[in-house]
Ligand binder design. Structure first.
Ligand code: CP
Ligand code: NVA
Length: 310
């Protein structure tokens, strides 16, 4: 089944998508979720390498299961036990991989690494999280929002916390969706100004808006979606104590939740730290959709794989 109507070659950031191809991907993900049997031969034996230089539960499992469900073969690789871990260049590695497999999903540190791989190889590269972006997570988030409200356009998403990879991908994905994206971060932890600028440009075209604020309550007021992420991301462990202090007052609790609209939903990419960025009452409460969101990684990524490889 042909699913590709545009020339998306990689998924390094959500800027690989247009508003139209994003809608196409969400539509396909919904159909794959409803009718998985229709797509059992979609990848037709294609092989997808999954390379991890950071820990993962959801990304690893949802990609492995997703590739299998589409009739392909996943190959899990741990960065520390490949020759990359001993200094083989990324360019040589991807040239070799391009001879064995049909696509590479990689979770790594510097975002420039996925760009290098995309430039040097001849297979699609999928960003399974870098320090700067987490596009696959946001595809699942947008699917979850769309399923829940019946639309994404015009909805207000408020992200409270670190201006990190999640904030960046939510900015781009929300802007592509015509959403109103508000980010509330403490001083010194704001999202990257160039990504805010790109999201603002995209939002001008789609009818969305982008705002970066300081106060969580200002950002949460009347929001449809409240979103947060850990204070300390993978690779930042030495900053943990300092970050805990800086993020005081940036917890999503029942009071912050209460300032959103009454039918607002709570999302978190997981893993979560109850009592830090979110209270147990909120994440385990009736407005939380975090496990639907985690499930949707599978469906959204299956749609992505089909669009890249069919
Ligand atoms: N949300 C997410 O990417 O989870 P993992 O780190 O478990 O893959
Ligand atoms: N910002 C977090 C997301 C984990 C899925 C990290 O990079 O560790």
């Amino acid at each position: 089944m042909k699913t590709q109507t545009k020339s998306m070659q990689h998924m390094l950031t959500l800027e690989e998508l247009t508003p139209e191809s994003l809608s196409e991907l969400i539509h396909l993900a919904k159909d794959m979720k409803k009718n998985p049997e229709k797509y059992m031969k979609q990848l037709d034996g294609k092989k997808v390498a999954l390379l991890f230089e950071k820990a993962s539960t959801r990304t690893r499992m949802s990609f492995e299961v997703g590739v299998i469900e589409l009739g392909g073969y996943p190959l899990h690789l741990d960065g520390s036990t490949t020759q990359i871990g001993r200094g083989e260049t990324l360019e040589d590695t991807i040239r070799v991989m391009s001879r064995y497999v049909d696509a590479l999903m990689i979770r790594t540190f510097e975002h420039a690494k996925v760009e290098t791989l995309a430039a040097a190889g001849s297979i699609p590269i999928i960003n399974g999280l870098t320090d700067a972006h987490h596009p696959c997570q946001v595809l699942a988030d947008l699917l979850t929002i769309d399923e829940h409200f019946g639309t994404r356009t015009g909805k207000t998403l408020c992200y409270i916390g670190d201006g990190n990879n999640m904030a960046h991908s939510l900015l781009i994905g929300g802007a592509l969706s015509g959403m109103n994206v508000r980010i509330a971060s403490p001083k010194g932890y704001e999202p990257d100004a160039s990504i805010v600028e790109r999201a603002t440009e995209i939002a001008k075209v789609t009818g969305g808006t982008v705002s970066v604020m300081k106060k969580p309550f200002d950002a949460a007021a009347g929001a449809d979606v409240l979103y947060t992420d850990v204070f300390t991301s993978m690779g930042q462990e030495v900053e943990e104590a300092e970050r805990k202090q800086a993020f005081e007052g940036y917890q999503v609790d029942a009071i912050v939740m209460g300032s959103a609209v009454p039918d607002a939903i709570f999302l978190h990419c997981l893993p979560a730290h109850r009592g830090e960025e979110v209270t147990a009452e909120v994440i385990d409460g009736p407005q939380s959709l975090v496990f639907d969101q985690a499930e949707n990684r599978l469906h959204a990524q299956k749609a992505l794989l089909a669009m890249l490889l069919s």
